[in-house]
Design a protein around this ligand. Structure first.
Ligand code: NAG
Ligand code: NAG
Length: 214
């Protein structure tokens, strides 16, 4: 999984942070999505990536003094956002429990190596993603969490006080295509990746208000 770190610097410049929470109030927590730039431990929990580089030193040396699954020797941007807002560090979804209490104050769905596009798209191009996680997995995990959080009223209350961090996601899609030296192919991915990210940023899609859902 070394290719990710090689591109880290370039990608950091593109890091998008998008808040869709209602303004005004203080945030109570963070719900985040993305790849290795935001993953604070999910990839450690996946068989495909659990023994990857971020599970070993020098990852984690500088700040946490142990490998945490972050693809960094120190903190990630998400950790600084957490500090600045004074909210709990969102636990990695795959390491969290499975009760409402584990998720009320946010959770991190980001997985190192994750792609914006799903496996079907890649196989239609004869390509194979690095890890079996795409943005669609992360949004379906989010929907599971919403189910756990109780009534529609309660979900709205929690979401209205939460910061959503979506990103970075999409760079691995290009790396998958570029890994086979197909720069032309990578370029043809652009509209698909943009559409996949955009569809998640549409709050209605990510957080539908089912009228029959009480
Ligand atoms: C990589 O490229 C080779 C030759 O250009 C091709 O035969 C192969 O199918 C490609 N593999 C993937 C995963 O795209
Ligand atoms: C992600 O979703 C795909 C199906 O779209 C599934 O095959 C895969 O196992 C999921 N990954 C995880 C880690 O749940």
């Amino acid at each position: 999984m070394a290719p990710f770190s090689r591109f880290l610097m370039a990608v950091a410049l593109l890091y998008p942070v998008i808040s869709v929470a209602a303004g005004g109030t203080r945030y109570s927590g963070i719900f985040s999505f993305g790849d290795s730039l935001t993953d604070t431990g999910n990839s450690l929990r996946l068989p495909a990536t659990g023994s990857g580089p971020s599970s070993r030193p020098p990852y984690g040396e500088t700040f946490f003094r142990r490998p945490t699954g972050r693809a960094s020797d120190g903190r990630l941007v998400i950790d600084f956002i957490v500090d600045a807002l004074g909210v709990p560090n969102p636990r990695p979804y795959l390491a969290a429990g499975k009760t409402a209490g584990d998720f009320r104050r946010g959770v991190n769905f980001a997985v190192g190596g994750a792609t914006a596009l799903g496996p079907d798209f890649f196989s239609s191009r004869g390509l194979k993603p690095f890890v079996p996680v795409s943005l669609a997995n992360q949004t379906s995990w989010f929907k599971n969490v919403l189910q756990l959080l109780g009534s529609v009223h309660e979900r709205r209350r929690i979401m209205a006080r939460s910061l959503f961090v979506v990103g970075e996601i999409g760079v691995n899609d290009y790396l998958v295509a570029l890994g086979n030296n197909t720069a032309r192919e990578a370029r043809t991915l652009v509209p698909h990746i943009v559409a996949a990210v955009r569809s998640v940023l549409t709050v209605r899609k990510l957080y539908p208000h089912h009228s029959n859902d009480h």
